[in-house]
Design a protein. Structure first.
Length: 482
């Protein structure tokens, strides 16, 4: 692994992100009556894409927006330009990750999408609401404006093909509603809301909702770890794994995700109760076993469309053994065009032979070998020092739904995790670590409780979740009978 490339600068990266930030600041006050500093942000976006096929359209859209006369089409063009810039950043970082890991990249082998254009009217309504948001700006939002998303989301939810758009709009609107009125905000999450607005707007365009073309996967799936992402109203578990095709072709990295709505009272290990019945793979992960797949649908981007009927539990498979033997030769998946964003980078890697700085006592420092203080990441997060180079470990992403803790990470000697890009640097999200307990190497996995647990803390959390869900179901039943 080329650890020296963790901190090497990338040509053009700062300039691209600066143009994005300038445009994002223009959205804070809104584009209804732009001020000179907002005009400068729009001009910076147009300048950044000069010389590309988007140049003329973006220049026109920026001029219209500067004059306060931007129509729906102009705002879509500005969103597309921003997405193109973030995509270029993603591509540069992905190339750097390839250089770091030395792994091959898979190639797209099937047509991009199959023809499928659902809900044109409701998507147009969503687009109109998002354009109203851009004109008002984050400081101009109020409950009446934000509430305009509710009927759109309600119209989308019955159509399974629009669930992604509905979930995105619903979550975005909920964040905005919690921040109303915008004029009183002390701090605006500028990059985040611009990301959500841009993605939501482009997903309303013709073609964005088409169903990805699928191939099939037959062979052995070797889980590496589980990434748990939790929101107040939803939870998702994404299993990262190495797939060994039955036909003997080269292994590749695949993902399998399962999501579920959740009440805010279900937390910690209780989350698995919502996810476990939807995917047999979680039980295999908890038991440390492989899965045998037979014709499982898979996208070119490496996402399995999970079907329990096409999978069966296989032999025991140690994730660290898989990583040491197979991971280095497994091809990384390609990325769909609209998913090209630095936040989407999550590449499985195995790190060994490092020393840990900081993160041991919760204050960002612990004692080094010479009795001095190791400062860690400066924000309380540990840092792995490897071959003279340092990599911050994002322990904030360690889920409460498993036995992996920041303390276990700080005491580890090997770490299986996801290499990500965050706040201008590469960071590592731990999925599992190996530690030494009583002179014996012990593995601790974030997804160890996915299939069930006898751990006291996990059992308590699962019982609390059972009680919460039972109460909610009883109340829902009474409402339906009323």
């Amino acid at each position: 692994m080329r650890t020296d490339l963790f901190t090497d600068p990338l040509d053009g990266l700062d300039e691209a992100l600066s143009a994005v930030d300038a445009f994002d600041r223009a959205l804070v006050s809104g584009l209804l009556r732009p001020q000179p500093d907002q005009a400068a942000g729009l001009a910076a976006l147009a300048t950044a894409v000069a010389g590309t096929p988007l140049a003329a359209q973006v220049a026109e859209a920026a001029d219209k927006a500067t004059a306060g006369a931007a129509g729906e089409d102009h705002l879509v063009v500005l969103a597309a330009a921003r997405t193109a810039l973030m995509g270029s950043v993603h591509d540069a970082l992905t190339e750097r990750v390839t250089d770091i890991t030395g792994r091959p990249r898979a190639e797209r082998s099937t047509p991009g999408t199959t023809a499928d254009e659902p809900g044109a009217n409701v998507l147009a309504a969503a687009r109109a609401w998002l354009c109203d948001l851009a004109r008002a700006g984050w400081q101009g939002i109020d409950h009446e404006l934000v509430a305009g998303a509710a009927p759109v989301v309600s119209a989308m939810l019955p159509d399974l093909r629009l669930r992604r758009q509905a979930t995105l709009l619903d979550g975005f609107a909920a964040e905005l509603a919690a921040s109303c009125p915008g004029a009183t905000l002390d701090r605006v999450p500028v990059r985040r809301w611009a990301d959500l607005w841009t993605r939501a707007l482009l997903l309303t365009l013709p073609g964005a909702t088409r169903t990805p073309a699928l191939s099939t996967a037959t062979g052995r799936l070797l889980p590496l770890g589980v990434d748990v992402q939790e929101h107040a109203t939803a939870v998702q578990a994404q299993v990262h794994a190495v797939f060994e095709p039955a036909d003997g072709t080269e292994p590749r990295l695949l993902r399998a995700a399962v999501s579920a709505p959740k009440p805010d009272t279900v937390v910690g290990a209780g989350l698995w109760q919502l996810l476990r019945p939807r995917m047999s793979l979680l039980a295999a992960v908890g038991e440390g076993r492989a899965m045998e797949l037979d014709g499982m649908p898979v996208t070119d981007e490496g996402d399995l469309v999970w079907d329990d009927e096409r999978a069966r539990t296989g032999e025991p498979a140690d994730p660290f053994g898989t990583a040491r033997v197979v991971l280095a030769t497994a091809a990384d998946p390609v990325t769909a065009p609209l998913d090209r964003h630095p936040a989407r980078i999550a590449v499985p890697v195995l790190l060994e032979g490092y020393t840990v700085e900081g993160g041991n006592d919760g204050d960002g420092a612990n004692e080094g070998e010479d009795g001095g203080a190791n400062e860690g990441g400066g924000d309380g997060r540990p840092v792995f020092a490897l071959a003279g180079h340092r990599l911050t470990v994002d322990t904030d992403r360690v889920p409460a739904a498993g036995p992996l803790t920041p303390e276990a990470v700080a005491a580890s000697g090997a770490c299986l995790g996801l290499l990500r890009w965050d706040a201008g640097e590469f960071v590592l999200q731990p999925l599992a670590v190996e530690t030494t307990v009583r002179k014996k190497t012990t593995a601790v996995h974030a997804g160890a409780w996915a299939g069930g647990t006898t751990d006291k803390a996990g059992v308590r959390a699962e019982k609390a979740a059972t009680d919460s869900v039972a109460v909610l179901r009883e109340r829902a039943g009474k409402l339906l009978r009323a």
